[in-house]
Design a protein around this ligand. Sequence first.
Ligand code: SF4
Length: 511
Amino acid sequence: MTSMVTQQTYGADPARDTRTFQVRTYGCQMNVHDSERLAGLLEAAGYRRADDGADADVVVFNTCAVRENADNKLYGNLSHLAPRKQSDPRMQIAVGGCLAQKDRDAVLKKAPWVDVVFGTHNIGSLPALLERARHNRVAQVEIAEALREFPSALPASRESSYAAWVSISVGCNNTCTFCIVPSLRGKEVDRRPTDVLAEVRSLVEQGVLEVTLLGQNVNAYGVSFADGDQPRDRGAFAKLLRACGDIDGLERLRFTSPHPAEFTDDVIEAMADTPNVCPTLHMPLQSGSDRILRAMRRSYRADRFLGIIDRVRAAIPHAAITTDLIVGFPGETEADFQATLDVVAAARFASAFTFQYSKRPGTPAAELDDQIPKSVVSERYQRLIALQEKISLDENEAQVGRTVEVLVATGEGRKDASTARLSGRARDGRLVHFAPDDLREQIRPGDILTTTVTGAAPHHLIADAGVLSHRRTRAGDAHAAGQRPRTGVGLGMPGIGAPAPAEPAAPGCGL
Ligand code: SF4
């Protein structure tokens, strides 16, 4: 799953009568979506987003345990806040997400000025924990081992008026040896299709045009329903795609992440048959060496992977296929690495998220003896990047002359101000920087337009020949009005099993 660092900065309330908050997000799309829930919960509890650049009364760190040095970065950031915390006792700091789940009480030992530590299954408790910490003047730690309530039942304040994440499952039943997710997010729990569809419809009714279905392994969807009355169904994901295809107003449907071992032809058929499913697929390869895939405990082999790619391209011509790759997994030989280069050359990915393997404490691979020296990993990494950049450029150059439909986005074009372009995503997920010409004032984020590709770079397309058509959308209206979609409240989404009794938070730990 893609990693990134996102900072939602919410500025201060000058009157200081309403407490303000800021959520700092590290890691994957799951965390980005969890942060929308954290923001929704805090708003529902009466907090207000602080303005950009201002100090917030409550700073929430939604952490990631996947990337190298994630803990050093977290504790460094917490140290930066220590002087503020000392001078402003009203201020509170909360740490949640995967690192909190992993480090638990250790967070308070290393940073005793933190007020709240909450686990990946305890998002819903954040407002109560903040309140309790303030009232009792003692830090609160709440880490549950398993999910009690599907997080989509929580209020969420969405970041975008036009594109939204919708969780279909949480957790993962696989045991990839490099991955910390199963131990931190738990076993897979699938959400009922009726609940997923209700959330998608609610978002579309609020103007959202694009939905990305989210799960650690979406192809396993249907085998771990939380609701005992919902029968297991191995075809559930394909059916879900088709059902989303029937939602009027949902123009673009994406999903992430699939797993090559469980990716079945019924999903390819559903993708091809359902017009609003976008012609794109993010299919994590990780390694092209069968020996390394075995060591990673990834149960597919390179041949199967390439077979899936072929069948997707046969059914969905021009599908943009992207991937994740890990270089330097323990024991990787030059021949293993060459096998990865060979599969990358054959698969012709539109783009790839490439990672240099680093030990992640708590994973089986971290215990392996034959770790690869950093210099070797980084030399292989450079060769892989060079190959993939060339393929990405070739594939993007093949788009020149094509007409693309662009969903106009905000925050996608760092150079837009200097180039006088605007930016958005094509249906296949490619980033397009386009010249709006005299429509600049009319085009809003969330609107849809068509344009012709005139140039290419490895990571984006250029469209400088002008806009062929422009459609103002409800999403564009909502963006212009500063309206954010909300979900999780009043949708009647049940929790998992019986509601858990209110549980006292653990007494102040480590202080
Ligand atoms: S499929 Fe593997 S890499 Fe992905 S979340 Fe599950 S264990 Fe981690």
